[in-house]
Design a protein around this ligand. Sequence first.
Ligand SMILES: Cc1cc2nc3c(=O)[nH]c(=O)nc-3n(C[C@H](O)[C@H](O)[C@H](O)COP(=O)(O)O)c2cc1C
Length: 224
Amino acid sequence: MRKRFVISFLAGCTMTVLAACSPGEQAEPAVTETAQESVETENSGETETEETAAEPGEMDETPGAGGDALVVYFSWSGNTRSVAEEIEAQTGADVFEIVPAEPYTDDYDTLLEIAQEEQAAEARPEIADSVENWEDYEVIYLGYPNWWGDMPMILYSFLDSYDLSGKTVAPFVTSGGSGFSGTIGTIESLEPGAEVLEGLSLGSSQAAQPEEAVAQWLEELGLN
Ligand SMILES: Cc1cc2nc3c(=O)[nH]c(=O)nc-3n(C[C@H](O)[C@H](O)[C@H](O)COP(=O)(O)O)c2cc1C
């Protein structure tokens, strides 16, 4: 899967589609039909969701909903942000965006190189801000784009900085077709004291309209 992506990704990089990948847009990644077809679609079916919101004045005891949950995400071109905001909307969780202290380039081709260099160097890019009241959160929705078959290195910075022992982690990824690659296993090995749940993987184009996939995922996990 990864090899196939890399080939199509590199092929795509030489084409004009890269113009659609500037930050802040819902970028269409540089992928071919083959890679798009391979996007995991298991969460894209129709979903009926039950209304679980608490009545006014009533505490919502659902784990993962409301004040005990935090959405932590990194996003360069907006796809993962779109999913993060949908999780926030459906759960009422707080949100922490991982923002690099030194902003990444706006140029897609340059970013591809930088990301690869960071990976090779096992870099730990500095995060601009920090999470307040970390100990209050029981459920962490952890989202990131797939970068070269791995998490962006700034996710490693985050996992190095925060202890997730005793917390429940619900990972979500957006990608051009590779899905999580091996990253759930990586999170499990970096955070052995955390319970890592089944993740949500969306293709870049699915990320623009994540409502149903998010609702179904949360329901399956019992988090909403
Ligand atoms: C540096 C870089 C490396 C990427 N590597 C992969 C990859 O290995 N596999 C893949 O499927 N998509 C890859 N992509 C595509 C992104 O995972 C995809 O566009 C994602 O939705 C971007 O999320 P964002 O908009 O939240 O930044 C890469 C994108 C970038 C910028």
